[in-house]
Design a protein around this ligand. Sequence first.
Ligand code: TRP
Length: 456
Amino acid sequence: MLSNRAGDSKRSSLHGHWSSRMAFILAVTGSAVGLGNIWKFPYIAGQNGGGAFVLVYLVCVIVIGMPVMMSEILIGRRGRRNPVATMELLGKEEGSSSHWRLVGTLGVLAGILILSYYSVIAGWTLAYVVKSASGVFVGASAEAVGENFASFVGDWRLVALCHTLFMGLAVFVVARGVERGLEQAVRFMVPALLFLMLVLLGYSINSGYFGEGVAFMFTPDFERLTWNSVLAALGQAFFTLSIGMGAIMAYGAYLPEETSITGASAAVVTADTAIAMLAGLAIFPLVFANNLDPADGPGLVFDTLPLAFGQMAGGVFFSTVFFVLLAFAAWTSAIGLMEPAVAWIVERFSKTRAQATVMTGSIIWLVGLGSVLSFNVLADLKFLAGTIFDNVDYLTSNIMLPLGGLLIVVFAGWVMCRNSTADELGGSGTLYKAWRLLARFIAPVGILFVLINAIK
Ligand code: TRP
């Protein structure tokens, strides 16, 4: 451990304190901000009735998401290895068991499964870059935009092609290990995305239905809240923050000793939540202005935003830029989703980074074909949670991530000794006590309670 620390402080002095801290925050923000904020949050909120769901989601982000993220970072920084090896090492070091490595394994699997369908949706955004630029949405009616989407996802070859293209892009970057270049991308992308969301928000405010949108999002109607919606809100909190699967642990492994974990977590959680809220505020007024259904499902963003851009001055430009940015946001997330699997394969099977990435990418691509077909050829094949896509999504967001998160906070709160966590979180003041209370009691009990009630 000591030699790790010495090595690390050398590294951070080379790059300078501020830039290392910034690089870390950018990498984590890049992984957090993605399709989860702009594509998933609005449609999940819509399917679960709006207000009450959003409230539960926000509570989950603060009370469970924040302590889990802090726990992941501190475990990662203490272990300084890939998530599987880190959990194994710390399990032994803290006098517990090496079986804690299974938390890492669960994360590797979750990352593979999530990316399998994430890449399909990211492929849709690639197609929408081309569609936007071609001007098909200019002045289009809600029906025309809706039909355009339906006929697009109905064509499995085209969807498979886009999925292949996106996986190719992800594999390319991860194999070359050029995450550094992506830092620059995130530095530009997140502010640009924020700006475009504000443009859309301006449009929504003028749509005449802004009040309806706000009311839908923020008036809680607890009658409509089922345990399954609460679980969906919890799952969405994990998904959007990239926590519960070791990705943040992997990033934490490269974090300089002196960086404040609490401060970095708070910055990421704030940026991520702000972008999701903006997406909802931009989309729901459009839904009501055009008589669309908020419970429309995964096509919601693709049915509403092109419509707004189509009516806007400079819409072709804004729409193209928007989908480019969304594809970028998905790209920076895809890298995080692959990282645990790639790092693990490199160490466990002594492969090169390129080999490990191509292997991982191929498996993910293959599994993703199930989600490609869920929107066309196999749309009627339904079991348990719905289509293949619905099942992979449900299993990962609603079960694997909360379970992973539960094990991570239990490990940080109960298995690691007080000295270890206080050391990482910088002292034993009020903030530390608050974290420990959340990590030991509130978060684990909350996650268990929701899981048990929703699944029984
Ligand atoms: N947070 C990402 C999004 O909102 C998706 C995601 C989930 C993720 N888990 C991750 C990204 C792990 C990177 C690493 O789109």
